[in-house]
Design a protein around this ligand. Structure first.
Ligand code: GAR
Length: 204
């Protein structure tokens, strides 16, 4: 199969374990893509040190240095465009994108969220699920639109809550699945034909 490798940009705010999963899948050939930029909105994000050590092109663009969300987004997008980025993966990037950002990469921005959306959007989704007392939670990969944790769903993985003795254990179980799901979902989008119909992604 002759696949053209897509140029990925990854945005992070913290640990960056989902970023690592994507980088490793690109390096192993599991994903038909290369990571050409990692951008963090936080100077102290541990993930950025890992990415630098790995020899990836990294930028830190602290959102506090900009007067508005859109001004920050324009700097991020400017950098992504300069690197010829075709797909943007949010990997623990804790910022809502402006509508302008979303329109700049139509249907080419992905996010991972640690719940079965539309349940428990927003911060601390695993804690929200734990406190609610659900029997199952999990993770979701979705295309990004201008609403928080909202766009069409690419893939989901359920995780049972019952075997977990604490919310920390649940977070760990979900995170393990996140790494697999993100790579699986991205691989499907990059290597198959698909279209968006309403809220549904239809694969051919
Ligand atoms: C992950 O659990 C991810 O799903 C979550 O942040 C964590 C980042 O971990 N994202 C969100 O909650 C987005 N709404 P990581 O930095 O190790 O990938």
């Amino acid at each position: 199969m002759t696949e053209t490798r897509k140029r990925l940009g990854i945005l992070i705010s913290g640990r960056g374990s989902n970023m690592k999963a994507i980088v490793e899948a690109c390096e192993s050939g599991e994903l038909p893509a290369t990571v050409e930029r990692v951008i963090s909105n936080r100077q102290d994000a541990p993930g950025i040190d890992w990415a630098r050590d790995r020899g990836l092109e990294c930028r830190v663009l602290p959102h506090r240095d900009f007067e508005s969300r859109e001004a920050h987004d324009r700097a991020v997008v400017g950098d992504l465009k300069e690197a010829g980025i075709q797909w943007v993966c949010l990997a623990g990037y804790m910022r809502l994108l402006s509508p302008w950002f979303v329109e700049t990469f139509p249907q080419r921005i992905l996010n991972i969220h640690p719940s079965l959306l539309p349940a428990f959007p927003g911060l601390n989704a695993q804690r929200q699920a734990w406190d609610y007392g659900v029997g199952w939670t999990g993770c979701t990969v979705h295309l990004v639109d201008a609403e928080l944790d909202h766009g069409p769903i690419v893939g989901q993985q359920a995780v049972p809550v019952k075997p977990c003795a604490s919310v920390e254990e649940l977070q760990g179980m979900i995170l393990e699945q996140e790494h697999r799901l993100y790579v699986r979902a991205l691989r499907r989008l990059l290597s198959q034909e698909w279209r968006v119909e309403g809220r549904r992604i239809v694969f051919r």
